[in-house]
Design a protein around this ligand. Structure first.
Ligand code: SAH
Length: 192
């Protein structure tokens, strides 16, 4: 199997970041993990933009720091070792783009995972902080029991959003085996 455009949600996410995130924007990576999205966001916002990155694991923060350092991106990124439930404590401004990669850190401790209740609380805060016409992306991994529970909670919450304020798109591979991840994309309306 070899696909260039519809390989997986990671690739689709990347194409959204590539086409949406612009120089000077302020953006949030709510689960930095290995730091790949954080580094791409840092590249796209440029030296006059800013990336906020959250993770509860020191290991993830350190891996991300190392990656950013390699590209000289550390100055434009603020890494915060705390739960993304608390983003409003740290972020004093509106955000143009927000991303969540749920689940556990690939190659890390599989028992440290995002959880439905804190994820939902955080997404509510994120939607508040999102600029008009800003985008929020959520990659939801449903291969493990907790992931399915979390996905159902996230999807129910997104379904209940008022269409006048937010439009929500669900991207799902309908012929892939082994529970492929689901990518949700939310845009905030400009006439609120
Ligand atoms: N499953 C994805 C990667 C997810 S990484 C993939 O396969 O690509 C998820 C990250 O979220 C982990 O590094 C984990 O430490 C972090 N995390 C878990 N709970 C969190 C919380 N409440 N706030 C911030 N980060 C959290």
């Amino acid at each position: 199997m070899s696909y260039k455009f519809l390989n997986n949600t990671v690739l689709i996410t990347k194409s959204y970041i590539d086409s949406y995130v612009k120089s000077g924007q302020v953006v949030l990576d709510a689960t930095v993990g290995n730091g790949n999205d954080t580094a791409l966001l840092a590249e796209k916002v440029g030296s006059n933009g800013k990336v906020y990155g959250f993770d509860i694991q020191e290991h993830a923060i350190q891996k991300t720091k190392d990656l950013l350092n390699r590209f000289n991106f550390l100055e434009r990124v603020e890494l915060i070792k705390d739960s993304h439930e608390n983003i409003q404590k740290y972020i004093p401004c509106k955000l143009d783009f927000i991303i969540y990669n749920l689940g556990y850190l690939p190659g890390g401790n599989k028992s440290i995972i995002t959880k439905a209740s804190s994820t939902i609380k955080s997404i509510h805060e994120s939607l508040e902080l999102l600029n008009n016409n800003g985008l929020l992306l959520i990659n939801s991994y449903i291969g493990h029991e907790n992931g399915l529970k979390e996905k159902n909670a996230v999807e129910n919450m997104l379904k209940s959003l008022n269409q006048k304020k937010f439009n929500v798109l669900k991207n799902t591979f309908i012929n892939q085996k082994n529970h492929p991840p689901i990518l949700y994309i939310v845009e905030k309306s400009s006439d609120l």
